[in-house]
Write a protein that binds this ligand. Structure first.
Ligand code: DLL
Length: 443
């Protein structure tokens, strides 16, 4: 555990964030009962409760959460558009959403109280990651249905900092704004930060003309090695925060000054970690699928949402920051992102970690899965750092071998390594799509 803070340790809602565990757990129990009571107004849960013989007033301990049904992404589609909204339409104050694979968004609704609590939850991780009222923040998340833009906007407003709601895209304008308005804080996806970093470093921009000190990234998986690359490239500190639209968006967990994982806002959320096959809880400290139950959401009382995200919840005592909440690891992959290659389970994040160990490799890569003959094959297209590009076949072969060794060490698989010139792979303004599975296209 890190015992030295990276920045000054501060709180937004000290008493809630540092509540003694017994008090926190009794608050959770009370709020869980209320959440179940709200959920029991929905036909979806009424049916589930009836099927399993569960009585909504039978929650006696926190362990009773395991008697509640799971909620899946597909349940939102099956109850489209607003089957999970539990309040009269007049009480809904906000709709946000998440782009669905079917073309229809998954809607998430908020009451005024939900929007108000959401702002505080975002303020918590922003302040723990260095945001101060005197700062100016450039929000380069898309503003619109995506919960990132308005969620962070409300949190920053609550802290009292100045906001530049520039939204995503148009990197030249983003960089000009950084130079002209001199924000100290940047908010975006880690992949958009990579694109901005590239443009800053390759555009002969004087670093002193940019005042950035901190960035808050979320919305997609990224690795510790990617953090190191961005921090050293831009000379800033980057913080991780986590959430999903179905449970309210960002503000569910975020890092503190000690960066010992992300603190889960446990007075508003209960986290479980399950084995996605058996649906049983994993042993403490083991990785598994994260299941989230929001405790205080009024408009959409979702129970035991199976996120498909794979991570670990640490229960190893208090963090030196003073918060009493449990912490979560980075997201290591998603059950639906896992590639099964010749019987081996591989997550894109394992490949990213291996690549980032190699100095010759830039942070831009693309993973392509194909089945050229009978066997699956992964090709990793990687942009090289310009200074390592060489005319010597031997040197290039050496680089390929180093990458192969790192990937084999991380995954147990050999992959086809395709080194490409700088600036040839796709860049992303929001969430990245770095895996192309060509196997599906053939059927
Ligand atoms: O991405 C909410 C959000 C916005 C969180 C901005 C943080 C910052 P969705 O669009 O519903 O909501 O996508 C949720 O994104 O289940 C994860 O798979 C992934 N995700 C979000 N944050 C992280 C993170 C928002 N810090 C899905 N690390 C989640 C890894 C993340 N994955």
């Amino acid at each position: 555990m890190n015992t030295v803070p990276v920045i000054e340790n501060r709180f937004w809602q000290h008493d809630a964030e540092c509540m003694p565990r017994p008090q926190l757990e009794s608050l959770q129990l009370q709020r869980l009962r209320e959440a179940v009571a709200r959920a029991s107004a929905l036909p979806f849960y009424q049916k589930k409760f009836k099927e399993s013989g569960f009585s909504p007033d039978s929650i006696k301990t926190l362990d009773d959460i395991r008697r509640l049904p799971f909620t899946l992404k597909a349940d939102f589609r099956d109850n489209y558009p607003l089957g999970f909204v539990a309040v009269p339409r007049s009480e809904v104050s906000r709709f946000q959403g998440t782009s669905g694979t079917t073309g229809k968004p998954t809607w998430t609704a908020y009451t005024r109280g939900d929007v108000d609590r959401w702002a505080d939850l975002c303020a918590r991780f922003l302040v723990s990651g260095g945001l101060r009222p005197e700062h100016t923040v450039q929000i380069s998340f898309g503003f619109g249905l995506f919960t990132g833009g308005f969620g962070l906007h409300n949190g920053i407003q609550r802290v009292g900092a100045a906001i530049i709601p520039i939204s995503s895209g148009n990197s030249a304008r983003q960089i000009m704004t950084m130079q002209d308005l001199r924000p100290e804080v940047l908010i975006c996806t880690p992949s958009y930060a990579l694109k901005l970093m590239d443009d800053i470093l390759s555009g002969n921009i004087d670093r002193a003309s940019i005042a950035l000190e901190h960035a808050h990234f979320g919305g997609e998986p990224w690795t510790e090695s990617m953090r190191e690359r961005i921090e050293s490239g831009l000379g800033i500190r980057c913080w991780n925060n986590y959430g999903m639209a179905e449970c309210g968006g960002p503000g569910i967990a975020g890092e503190c000054a000690y960066r010992n994982g992300m603190h889960i806002q446990e007075d508003h959320y209960i986290f479980e970690v399950i084995d996605p096959d058996t649906l049983e809880p994993v042993k403490p400290g083991e990785k598994g699928e994260i299941v989230v139950t929001p405790l205080t959401r009024e408009a959409m009382p979702v129970l035991r949402y199976r996120t498909r995200d794979i991570g670990i919840v640490y229960d190893d005592g208090e963090c030196p920051c003073g918060r009493t909440t449990r912490r979560m690891s980075r997201i290591m992959g998603r059950t639906d992102d896992m590639l099964i290659i010749r019987g081996v389970n591989v997550f894109p994040s394992q490949i990213e970690s291996a690549l980032m160990q190699c100095k010759a490799v830039s942070p831009h890569y693309m993973i392509e899965v194909s089945r050229p003959k009978a066997l699956d094959e992964i090709t990793v297209h990687i942009e090289m750092e310009p200074s390592f590009f060489s005319d010597s076949m031997r040197e290039m072969q050496q680089i390929r071998e180093n990458i192969d060794r790192a990937i084999y060490g991380a995954t147990g698989l050999h992959m086809v390594i395709n080194l490409v010139s700088p600036n040839t792979l796709e860049r992303f303004e929001g969430k990245s799509k770095r895996v192309k599975d060509l196997r599906n296209l053939k059927f």
